[in-house]
Design a protein around this ligand. Structure first.
Ligand SMILES: NC(=O)c1ccc[n+]([C@@H]2O[C@H](COP(=O)([O-])OP(=O)(O)OC[C@H]3O[C@@H](n4cnc5c(N)ncnc54)[C@H](OP(=O)(O)O)[C@@H]3O)[C@@H](O)[C@H]2O)c1
Length: 299
């Protein structure tokens, strides 16, 4: 990855933090990290504040830095609130992405945009890249339209779909694994659904896939998920095993019982075959990823 300039947008989010850490530590790579909140930062990385809903700010940051690669890790990610905060969710997940992609086109940059398995209805997963999306909630619709904004921009692009991110995130919002660990350790009973199936993705695996996309200059659409397909209750049991948690705090339920504002795709997950074949993507074992979290976060 010689002499690349990489702009990471959404650098304070879960994925953005891990991208910032990896790419800012690479020799011969110049990174600029940008997010609406720049309180989470790495010492050796350069940071700027940006609101992706502001077209002028996006244009300025890209035109001034002139990156070779733009990684968009920013998003409005609250699935239930998306149902009511539709305007904001659209502005961040669609309009903001359009501004980035159109400016990438102007300067000849490669945009890598992160999307979601929520573009599918979850009737017949796991999904390959060739299957036709059919979102069943507003978040999923905005993620699909964000993808379309990238593909229609004319820029060199890679769209990476992923699902259920977890990983070594010391700051910011809790991922599912940390939430399970923290809840049970503080003796809080939790209800976990047994009818939502995915292949949860260790964030460092996703970051390695992004690095492979950059190195190998791969364009188009790629699925990047974890190695194992399992339902959320099974995932929770695996977390409990690795972290020695008391499983009696966990009650198995079905999604319907949660009465959430946004319907969830149930039988979902993303097939990794294309990424494995074309990128050399090799996700680590689920238990190994949990052990790494336990050790590196001192949990
Ligand atoms: N998490 C998952 O399980 C999952 C699953 C499938 C796909 N994805 C996709 O993966 C990508 C990364 O997700 P993540 O979990 O890392 O998300 P995240 O932790 O919620 O981070 C999103 C980032 O975007 C920033 N952001 C929000 N609004 C912004 C704005 N107007 N201008 C600039 N930055 C803004 C957030 O800043 P603030 O925190 O300050 O608001 C945050 O830093 C997203 O595209 C998401 O859709 C995630």
């Amino acid at each position: 990855m010689n002499n690349k300039k990489i702009l990471i947008i959404g650098a304070s989010g879960m994925l953005g933090q891990r991208c910032a850490k990896l790419f800012s530590s690479m020799e011969n790579v110049k990174t600029l990290c940008a997010s609406i909140d720049e309180t989470i930062r790495f010492e050796n990385a350069e940071y700027m504040t940006v609101d992706v809903t502001d077209e002028i700010q996006i244009q300025n940051i890209i035109m001034n830095f002139l990156p070779d690669v733009i990684i968009n890790a920013s998003a409005y990610t609250n699935v239930d609130k998306s149902e009511t905060e539709r305007d904001l969710s659209w502005k961040i997940n669609v309009s903001g992405v359009k501004y980035m992609a159109e400016t990438a086109k102007k300067i000849g940059a490669h945009i890598i945009h992160i999307s979601s398995d929520y573009v599918f209805d979850g009737k017949n997963g796991p999904y390959s890249e060739s299957e036709v999306p059919n979102p069943i909630n507003y978040y999923g619709l905005t993620k699909l339209e964000g993808e379309n904004a990238v593909t229609n921009s004319g820029a060199d692009y890679t769209v990476i779909r992923t699902n259920v991110l977890y990983g070594i995130i010391p700051s910011g919002r809790l991922d599912f694994v940390r939430w399970v660990v923290d809840s049970i350790r503080s003796s809080k009973p939790i209800k976990i659904v047994c009818d939502q199936i995915n292949n949860p993705t260790f964030i460092d695996d996703l970051v390695s896939a992004i690095a492979l996309v950059i190195e190998k200059k791969k364009f188009g659409l790629y699925n990047v998920g974890g190695k194992e397909f399992l339902d959320r209750y099974e995932f929770t049991m695996r977390i409990a095993d690795v972290f020695n948690l008391d499983k009696s705090f966990v009650t198995k339920i079905v999604t319907e019982e949660l009465n959430q504002p946004a319907p969830r795709p149930l039988k979902s997950g993303l097939l990794n075959d294309k990424a494995q074949l074309e990128l050399g993507y090799a996700p680590i074992d689920l238990d190994e990823s949990l052990i790494r979290m336990k050790n590196e976060l001192n949990l």
